[in-house]
Ligand binder design. Sequence first.
Ligand code: NAD
Length: 253
Amino acid sequence: MDYNSKLRLDGKVALVTGAGQGIGLACAQALAATGADVICTDLDEERAMAAAEHLRTDGHKARGIALNVTDRAALEEMAQAMPALDILVCNAGIVTTRSAAEMPADEWDAVINVNLTGVFRCCQAFGRQMVTAGRGAIVNIGSMSGQIVNTPQPQSHYNASKAGVHQLTRSLAVEWATRGVRVNAVAPTYIATPLLDNVEGGDALVARWKDLTPMARLGEPHEVASAVQFLASDAASLITGSILNVDGGYTCL
Ligand code: NAD
């Protein structure tokens, strides 16, 4: 058995949502570095283009496209206009900090729309093509927030959205298990990305999070990307419906 070649993605086409920065950018880099032709998409068109340019500068195949995961028509149009993807990484996500008692309806809706409904719409539009082609691997970016309740910051909308992503992942995995399409998720701990800028609390909050983590540190985007790369590859050929914790041991406690 050639174990090294099972991890390679040569000749495969991958699409990453929210690839403009943070975990999505690292996923795009990991997939490209192991041979995939990567479509970097993001709500922010400049970021999508810059991500693709960055990969090309490193000698990889990549293109950038603006894509809002809440725009169902755009997703369907893009999926219909291209051959079936080999790999889809549903990464785009947002967070705010708000107690449930004070949460405006539009803030709840925005987080659910991007983090949960956006993942479903992407899986539906691109997964349908994969099922027709009889092959594909989807990796959704969930969160440990889908399994634990973060403290001390209140974020019920985010936690609920990520629990939904995990159960959606398992549901699609079972639906498509005999159709050649694997569906998995990763569940990261706190990762040092611009997303954390939207969580109020600063250094004191980060210190508290480290206290709660057995490895006593935040994660780096590349550490999540390596897990995604593995799940997207043939090295994970028997793995579907899994939620892989990438959390420094946080959920053990
Ligand atoms: P980030 O804010 O650094 O990057 C997110 C990217 O998604 C941005 O480029 C943004 O423009 C894009 N985006 C936002 N809304 C979009 C939309 N509607 N359509 C398309 N693109 C959109 O975030 P990150 O920290 O890299 O997080 C990426 C994913 O990882 C999210 O799903 C997040 O919930 C998850 N996650 C993050 C952490 C963490 O601590 N950073 C932990 C667990 C899970």
